[in-house]
Design a protein around this ligand. Structure first.
Ligand code: HEC
Ligand code: HEC
Length: 317
């Protein structure tokens, strides 16, 4: 036994002799720390708040589901188990771990308090902490399933308004919604932005007798709605577009059963991705998906050909 160890035991013995009762001394210390933590948390919540993600969208297949950092270890642990054994990682292992913690006072009955006096418990504790840290780090650095897409914030605001104002009560988008008004998938091809802006300001002025209500929207709200509708489809494509696809893309991609399979099937791509995304993907895939193996087409196709092609892709729903 080393000197420092003997000294520690000596000091501990003295402390025990002079000892202070749990109440009020220790309780007071605990309360002080708890109050300080509560104050810090309240201040953080008041000053910075907790950010929310974008509006949830059950039809969005491009979402990257990720837990908060303090659950990343569980998220990562799940990946080691095949589907049917999910319950082992999600319930059994955490249950055993918590049971071991609860039983610890009964399993480790030694009177010593210094970590060096309790090598097995200390080792097990350090091992658990290292395991959690390693799993958390692996979860944090594991690749996203979908490329991260930054959507135009104005169009996002438009999407929010579209739902808030219940436009889908009368209009369909991607096959969902009401039938009273026309389908809006490719409305920017029928009308330009100026028409839409005027129409949103006063539907009856442009379409006399229109049952579409005048919504008294602010200019910013109108701009957002126009951007949203524009990002979705963006209008009719020419007869050239499917030919361009057959010539440049079909070697790798199939549409309705025709084409290669070294790239994903694009038969329904328009319901998963909006036109802005598609356009950017065709121009330079590596910008959206660093591990992409698809070539970019900025050099091979002209700007208007790419526009035409992406309108066609956006219409594949
Ligand atoms: C009460 C039903 C109703 C609601 C609610 C409604 N609309 Fe309409 N909308 C119509 C009808 C009917 C038309 C066709 C007549 C016209 O052009 O006004 C129309 C036309 C349109 C057009 C022109 C489409 C075309 O092909 O000419 C757009 C764009 C549009 N609506 C967008 C919206 C948006 C965005 C909202 C939500 C803010 C909305 N509408 C709410 C019924 C509605
Ligand atoms: C050499 C094969 C190849 C060619 C040619 C090709 N692609 Fe791709 N494409 C891929 C592969 C592989 C992927 C899967 C992801 C990746 O590696 O980028 C992909 C992904 C995509 C995606 C993304 C799908 C998604 O869900 O995000 C789009 C959109 C797309 N391609 C469109 C096109 C278009 C349009 C053309 C023709 C102008 C084209 N591709 C030509 C191989 C190709």
């Amino acid at each position: 036994m080393t000197d420092w160890h003997a000294a520690y035991r000596e000091r501990y013995k003295k402390l025990k002799e002079t000892g202070k009762p749990f109440f009020p001394h220790v309780v007071f210390k605990d309360a002080l720390v708890a109050a300080a933590l509560l104050a810090a948390l309240s201040w953080l919540a008041w000053r910075y708040g907790a950010g929310l993600e974008e509006l949830a969208d059950p039809t969005d297949t491009t979402y990257n589901p990720r837990p908060e950092w303090y659950f990343l270890f569980l998220f990562q642990a799940l990946k080691f188990f095949p589907g049917q054994l999910e319950a082992v990682a999600a319930i059994l292992l955490p249950g055993l771990f918590l049971a071991a913690l609860a039983l610890l006072p009964f399993l480790d009955r030694g009177p010593a308090r210094h970590p060096a006096d309790r090598p097995w418990t200390t080792l097990a504790g350090l091992g658990a902490i290292a395991g959690f840290a390693a799993l958390t780090w692996a979860g944090y650095t594991s690749p996203m399933t979908n490329p991260i897409v930054e959507r135009d914030p104005v169009a996002l605001e438009g999407e929010r308004l579209y739902r808030k104002l219940n436009c889908n009560y009368c209009h369909t988008l991607g096959g969902r919604g009401g039938k009273l008004g026309p389908n809006l998938d490719a409305v920017l091809g029928l009308h330009d932005e100026a028409w839409l802006t005027k129409h949103f300001r006063d539907p009856q002025a442009l379409s006399p007798g229109s049952p579409m209500p005048k919504l008294n929207l602010l200019d910013d709200e109108i701009r957002a709605l126009v951007a949203y509708l524009g990002a979705l489809g963006g209008g009719p494509y020419s007869a050239e577009a499917p030919k361009l696809f057959a010539e440049h893309c079909a070697a790798c991609h199939a549409v309705k059963g025709k084409g290669g399979d070294s790239g994903p099937d694009l038969t329904l791509i328009g319901s998963a991705r909006d036109k802005i995304y598609l356009r950017r993907y065709v121009v330079d895939p590596s910008k959206l998906n660093p591990s992409s193996s698809m070539p970019g087409f900025a050099d091979q196709l002209t700007d208007s050909q790419i526009e035409d092609l992406t309108r066609y892709l956006a219409s594949l729903r």
